[in-house]
Design a protein. Structure first.
Length: 278
């Protein structure tokens, strides 16, 4: 009995230590970026945890000399919000069609939609660049929006389809018997029941558009369409990287994600588990 209890105690300690290590591994970079954002340039190159905080780094990013991140933030917000507003409704309607209707080529089309997620971004980067150059979409918000929609819609279709598949069709059929149209069934029956799944789709679409870097870096050349993620590179100087400014800008980028995560955390967890149960 003592041997068993000792073994259980050791396993419990190892489990606790592993959990603490994972938490530290995830949270420490966020903690370090946060404190560095409030350091002076001299303190930013030290490992000080206790220091006199300053807000000058944030004012430098928006004073217009030499940096002005206001248009970059505006571009990022526009791209992310518009991507969600367009991609999620289209994904819901397409997912409903794939889940409830039978039509020729359905499986092949589903595989085609899924294959769009398997292609590395570097493979399609050059074709996109050539086409956008010919269409005059380089360095435009419309071009970046199209690129983000090309990734968000296929992923949203597969995500939402799993949630719709988990719903009993008898619920929708009962509404049809009562005289509801198919659109009314989708609007007033299906969508409320899969709301946690829709929230998950919204989160992934927003985060994907907000954090997208590669396409935005290649397709933009000015602040007219450049988002915040690409704007971070403008902080690199000849003398090196100003880590205090880079951390302040990084903290600004993380804040909307944190707010979104806190606001929908309960629905997000429910949505992740809902689609896996049939």
């Amino acid at each position: 009995m003592r041997k068993i209890s000792t073994r259980n105690m050791v396993m419990s300690l190892l489990h606790t230590a592993g959990v603490l290590f994972i938490i530290f591994y995830i949270l420490f970079p966020i903690f370090w970026i946060t404190i560095t954002a409030f350091k002076t340039r001299r303190d930013a190159f030290t490992t000080k945890i206790f220091f006199t905080p300053t807000f000058d780094n944030f004012s430098v990013l928006f004073d217009g000399n030499p940096y002005d991140f206001t248009p970059l933030i505006r571009n990022s917000v526009f791209i992310a919000v518009t991507t969600v507003a367009i991609a999620v409704p289209l994904a819901i309607m397409a997912a409903y069609a794939f889940s409830r209707y039978k039509f020729r080529g359905k499986n092949s089309l589903l595989i085609l939609v899924l294959s769009a997620q398997f292609l590395p971004a570097t493979v399609v980067l050059l074709p996109y660049f050539i086409q956008f150059r010919n269409l005059g979409l380089l360095d435009t918000l419309q071009g970046l929006l199209i690129l983000n929609l090309a990734g968000a819609i296929p992923f949203g279709i597969w995500l939402v389809k799993g949630f719709i598949d988990s719903l009993p069709q008898e619920i929708e059929q009962a509404a049809l018997v009562d005289g509801a149209t198919e659109f009314q069934v989708l609007r007033y029956v299906t969508i409320p029941l899969i709301r946690p799944g829709i929230i998950v789709a919204v989160v992934f679409a927003f985060v994907g558009a907000w954090n997208e870097f590669l396409f935005a870096f290649i397709m933009t050349s000015s602040e007219k369409a450049r988002p915040m993620m690409v704007g971070l590179l403008s902080l690199v100087e000849v003398q090196g990287v100003p880590w205090e400014l880079m951390s302040a800008a990084g903290l600004i980028i993380m804040v909307p994600i944190f707010i979104l995560a806190i606001a929908i955390r309960k629905h997000f967890v429910g949505g992740l588990t809902m689609g896996a149960v049939k």
